[in-house]
Design a protein around this ligand. Structure first.
Ligand code: SDX
Length: 432
């Protein structure tokens, strides 16, 4: 980060001029540094939902919303999705560099060694009601890991590496166990001979009566889908993970909070909402693509076109482009014909041609096509956001570590502008 001695931003308040430093990132993004604003002027900034507020400087992920580019630690998402495994990208995000052959083998071995859950955790799954949403189970079981591995609470600095390893490895097992609970099937343990994603697919789909074998094409596609979702700088759930961690709470508790934030349909839950939206069009003959577009444009209708729009991208989300290709690859390979894909492509074309969407720079985002791929693989709709969480975990961890180790680390505590009642006396007889 370069801090220019000039230019600065000049602010005039009540006839007095204040100069605020302008900081600039390595790719030219600039910010007004307001860290001394309140101390010097007595005023705070006002930016609900933080649309104009930089919460930190970061070395991890760079998004250019105008060009539609995305880099993890300087590598483009296209290169990473094409040439790396998800574990390579998880290592890159957490450590800051891609693993060499030895580091990659060691990391993969660690993932296998720590892939099991404590046997007592199995019983927790039986206590959830059968209709329990897997995101609720995931959030609950992640924070429960802190009770089985209390060292992260007692000695956070010494145990951070093993905690990162346990989280990255065990999130798959928790997700698969949650799925088996919903299906009423016996749980399937991880195997030492399978890679990260193949192990997850095996835990999901193997049963005593079907000798499921992970398909290499599907394993590669899952690696790519998880890579697409691995980090996205200061999004809602990453901000929550960092806010919880900023209080000194342990990494398990921070990640559990991030899972809950991701669940919302405006965030990671959109991949489930996209499929439900497409299914409603398929099942209701009166609900045409054009009618859905009109509803999305209607200010009096809270409905939004799920999988469309983004706070940062003003053009096509680069992840959506790759996800669309992956979707076609999976369906072609499996010989799947999904009418929802036809509807999705029709909806995309209609929205992109509509001035409302064009004027607001609304394009497909990462969630528009990922759900269709998961559906083709056989993953149920309510598990899609769980898959997003598995993908996003290394990004959450990297962001949490950068917050914890960074020089900017202070507890998150925004200010406000109070617009409530003036002070008033309490009438002793207020209860009649
Ligand atoms: C993710 O932050 C991240 O990086 C998130 C993410 C990640 O990897 O972490 O990329 C993952 O969460 C992707 C987004 C998934 N959500 C959806 O697909 C839900 C549908 N999208 C919208 O709800 C919306 O686009 C958001 C939530 C994604 C962004 O909302 P913003 O930035 O607050 O935008 P906005 O609501 O201020 O919209 C600006 C205008 C408004 O119209 P006007 O008031 O200017 O007339 O665009 C309209 C909105 O009504 N608009 C939409 C729309 N998205 C925005 N209108 C219809 N359908 C939509 N999808």
């Amino acid at each position: 980060m370069t801090e220019h001695t000039n230019p600065t931003a000049k602010l005039e308040i009540d006839g007095k001029t204040y100069e605020l430093p302008i900081i600039e990132g390595t790719q030219g993004d600039r910010a007004i540094d307001v860290r001394a604003l309140r101390q010097n002027t007595g005023l705070v900034t006002y930016d609900p939902s933080y649309g104009n507020t930089g919460s930190c400087t970061s070395n991890i992920t760079y998004i250019n919303g105008d060009k539609g580019t995305l880099w993890y630690r300087g590598y483009s998402i296209d290169d990473l999705a094409e040439h790396c495994t998800f574990l390579d990208v998880a290592y890159l995000l957490v450590h800051g560099f891609l693993p060499n052959r030895k580091e990659r083998a060691n990391f993969s071995q660690l993932m296998n060694t720590h892939s099991m859950l404590h046997e007592d955790m199995r019983h927790f799954f039986n206590l959830f009601p059968e209709h329990a949403h897997p995101m609720a189970m995931l959030s609950a079981m992640v924070v429960t890991l802190s009770t089985f591995y209390p060292e992260m609470v007692a000695n956070p600095d010494e145990s951070i590496d093993i905690t990162v390893t346990r989280l990255l490895s065990k999130i798959r097992t928790i997700a698969a166990f949650a799925y088996k609970k919903m299906k009423g099937h016996p749980i399937v343990y991880p195997r030492k001979d399978l890679s990260y994603c193949a192990n997850f697919l095996n835990m999901m789909f193997w049963t005593p009566v079907n000798d499921y074998k992970p398909d290499p094409v599907i394993v590669k596609a899952l690696n790519q889908l998880l890579i697409l979702q691995a980090d996205h700088e200061q999004n809602c759930s990453s901000t929550v993970v960092k806010a919880v961690g900023s209080s000194g709470a342990n990494l398990y508790a921070s990640i559990s909070a991030g899972v809950s934030a991701l669940w919302g349909p405006l965030h990671g839950g959109a991949n489930q909402a996209v499929i439900e939206m497409l299914e409603s069009i398929l099942s209701d003959p009166t609900l045409t693509v054009q009618k859905v577009i009109e509803r999305a444009k209607d200010k009096d209708d809270p409905f939004r076109l799920f999988g469309f729009g983004h706070r940062v991208y003003r053009t096509y989300d680069p992840r959506a482009k790759i996800a669309k290709k992956i979707c076609h690859t999976i369906m072609t390979h499996l010989g799947v014909k999904d009418s929802l894909l036809d509807i999705a492509q029709e909806l995309e074309a209609a929205a992109l041609a509509d001035p409302y969407f064009q004027q607001r720079h609304l394009y497909p985002n990462v969630d528009f096509y990922t759900g269709l791929s998961y559906r083709a693989i056989g993953i149920p709709t309510n598990m899609f956001t769980v898959l997003f969480a598995i993908g996003r975990l290394p990004g959450w961890i990297a962001q949490w570590l950068e917050m914890r180790d960074g020089t900017e680390h202070r507890i998150y505590r925004p200010r406000q502008i109070y617009v409530g009642p003036d002070q008033r006396k309490l009438d002793k007889n207020w209860i009649q």
